[in-house]
Design a binder for this molecule. Structure first.
Ligand code: GLC
Length: 633
């Protein structure tokens, strides 16, 4: 049955684009990916009904795809592993805080290039609701840019400039919700049935209450509950995040088609990667936590197959901040292996790095990562130390149990340690969304403040400052050495500290995640580039990591990082066994020198790749506090 439907779809596509010069290659791609499309589509919607509509959208997107972007499609097909490559280095920033506006970003391309950046994630810039927009994650219009940042034309020009400079562009695509000011929501409130069906609305609390029994709360402090009463409609609306973010209904095929169109539109502006925001939440099922439902993966598979057909230069990055057993599904498991997102955030690695530095012990990290299911060799993790969000202490109970510790107690320890409630902690962070019901507390704070640089500066303690800088570099070395797309978060390269100024802005004051979203300090960048002060030390060390990584083929994401610990967890070893050679990474997670028995680690004369230093391995080797060594065989 599906083959008939696909043959009809193919014919429809060929007819719609009869005189198109690139029709043959489009049809080749259709032949290659249409089965994935059908399988994803028909698992959730009625394939026979929806496919012809999808084909129409594909034809429209293809017509709007410019010649340079069609050429980019061909280039990316030839270099389909670009996001796995050791030369890929990501940078994440807010347009306004980094450079004022989109024109400003163009003037910073040289800075990014010099740093070695090849992938730029510009934080939400599609037109958000006015006032509090959850940092731009409440989008009012996906087809226009936030007015003070520029226009869609500016964005397209920027994407082109970036591409010519060897930098790909990532944009956020918020899939789970729209701002309540979005046209769909406005029309739903006006009583248009078509648009009411784009949302989840209920006449009374009966069904919402049933869902609430198993739903967690994302923002218990400033947005408790998952439903909001809307007076105009006299109904309850599903609002997982803030009351102004209305969850959209993905069980409606018309909504699916809207997003197909939006993805195509963004791809046609020159976007290279869409970050699928909060993707875990897009399918609801009574009696569950309404995250990670199987339909999410079928929908992603369909969307990605469409994108591979019409805009193969575009890749997908899943933002699913979920547990280890669930997150691997976003890169594809079982029938979806290699067919869903190309990149996914490695939230567990991020959490485990912070946990290991607090505990001075990598054993939980090792246990948790060793228990990860394999991911497709065509995919890559997005690795990171900090991002614009809080750190949720997502330590899995069974991982903790396997490592011989108590998960609940360890989560509390991490929250205390990084939230300024643990005597002797090096961190300066703040609690985010303390939930008295569950005891859960998350953490906000910049990398430099959380890792000890702020404390050392406050205490004017030069030795402690050096230790903290080394700790930061050690942490970033794990991020850069693990494999995948490492993401440098704006300001981390110059060790920017917490910024309290958000408290003066009423649209931000309630949300302390703004403490780690500072305005880029370009004066500090300049002194960093001259090698001065803390910023200079951090900048020089981060640059060295980037340069070292680019020359190590063994960091290619197609092979998995293997972890191990020594010295009662004080030493973390990461091994990357690649045909190009094995890379052994040695990290001292403590402020004490560790005497490492190098038997089975490395032997003889070796070059340490980050420093370029010659080293000799035999017997025991003294590993200085927070040393990070990459040893290539
Ligand atoms: C993602 C974003 C976060 C936002 C949420 C809702 O998790 O990273 O900042 O609050 O989605 O869109």
């Amino acid at each position: 049955m599906s083959s008939q439907a696909l043959a009809a779809g193919r014919k429809r596509l060929a007819d719609a684009l009869a005189s198109d010069p690139d029709l043959d290659s489009l049809l080749d791609r259709f032949d290659n990916w249409s089965k994935d499309l059908w399988d994803g589509l028909d698992a959730v919607y009625d394939g026979h009904r929806t496919l012809p509509q999808v084909i129409e959208v594909i034809a429209r997107i293809h017509k709007g795809r410019s010649a340079p972007l069609r050429q980019r499609d061909n280039q990316r097909i030839l270099q389909s592993d670009w996001y796995q490559d050791p030369k890929s280095i990501g940078y994440v920033c807010y347009t306004d805080l980094f450079a004022g506006d989109l024109q400003g970003i163009r003037s910073k391309i040289s800075y990014l290039k010099e740093l070695g950046i090849t992938y730029l994630h510009l934080m939400p810039l599609l037109n958000p609701r006015p006032g509090n927009s959850d940092g731009g994650y409440a989008v009012m219009d996906y087809k226009s840019v936030r007015p003070d940042l520029g226009t869609m034309e500016d964005l397209a020009e920027l994407a082109d400039d970036l591409y010519k400079s060897g930098i790909s562009l990532t944009l956020d695509l918020v899939l789970n919700h729209v701002a309540k000011e979005h046209e769909w929501a406005v029309r739903a409130r006006a009583g248009e049935a078509k648009y009411e069906e784009y949302f989840y609305t209920y006449p009374d609390r009966k069904i919402p209450d049933q869902y609430e029994e198993t739903l967690p709360e994302i923002f218990p402090t400033f947005a408790p509950g998952n439903f909001t009463f809307n007076k105009e409609m006299n109904k309850y609306v599903w609002t997982t995040f803030n009351e102004f973010q209305w969850d959209v209904n993905w069980s409606n095929p018309n909504l699916f088609l809207e997003y197909v169109d939006i993805i195509g539109y963004l791809a046609n502006q020159g976007t290279d990667c869409v970050r699928l925001d909060a993707i875990a939440f897009i399918w609801k099922r009574l009696g569950t936590n309404c995250q990670n439902q199987p339909e999410v993966h079928s929908i992603t598979q369909a969307l990605r197959a469409i994108s591979k057909i019409v805009s193969p230069a575009l890749i997908f990055k899943a933002e699913a901040i979920v547990g280890p057993q669930d997150v691997v599904h976003y890169l594809g498991q079982g029938k979806h292996a290699g067919k869903v997102s190309d990149l996914a955030y490695h939230n567990s690695l991020m959490v485990q790095i912070w946990s290991a530095f607090a505990a001075r012990d990598g054993r939980l990290l090792d246990t948790a990562l060793s228990r990860f299911a394999p991911v497709p060799t065509t995919s890559a993790w997005a690795t990171y130390l900090r991002c614009h969000d809080d750190i949720g202490w997502a330590i899995d109970d069974s991982d903790a149990h396997a490592a011989g510790i108590n998960g609940h107690a360890h989560r509390n320890f991490c929250a205390d340690f990084y939230g300024n409630e643990f005597k002797g902690s090096f961190a300066r962070g703040v609690h985010f969304q303390s939930n008295p019901l569950t005891g859960d507390r998350r953490t906000s704070g910049s990398a430099a403040s959380l890792i000890g640089i702020q404390r050392a500066i406050e205490n004017k303690d030069a030795a402690d400052l050096s230790t903290a800088i080394n700790r930061l570099i050690c942490a970033y070395a794990i991020v850069f050495g693990f494999g995948g797309m490492p993401l440098l978060y704006m300001g981390d390269e110059i060790g920017m500290l917490n910024d309290e100024s958000y408290k003066n802005d009423p649209a931000k004051a309630d949300d302390n995640r703004w403490i780690h979203r500072p305005k880029m300090d370009w004066e500090l960048v300049q002194s960093a580039q001259n090698g001065d002060g803390v910023a200079g030390r951090v900048f020089t060390a981060i640059s060295a990591l980037i340069n070292a990584r680019k020359n190590l083929n063994s960091i290619h994401a197609s092979v998995t990082a293997e972890t191990e610990t020594q010295n009662d967890g004080a030493i973390l070893l990461i091994r990357r066994k690649h045909a190009a050679g094995t890379l052994t990474q040695i990290y001292n997670l403590t402020e004490k020198t560790q005497y490492l028995d190098t038997f089975n680690v490395a032997f003889g004369d070796r070059i340490e790749a980050i420093s370029g230093r010659k080293m000799h391995f035999a017997g025991q080797v003294a590993v200085p506090p927070y040393a990070a060594w990459w040893i290539h065989e």
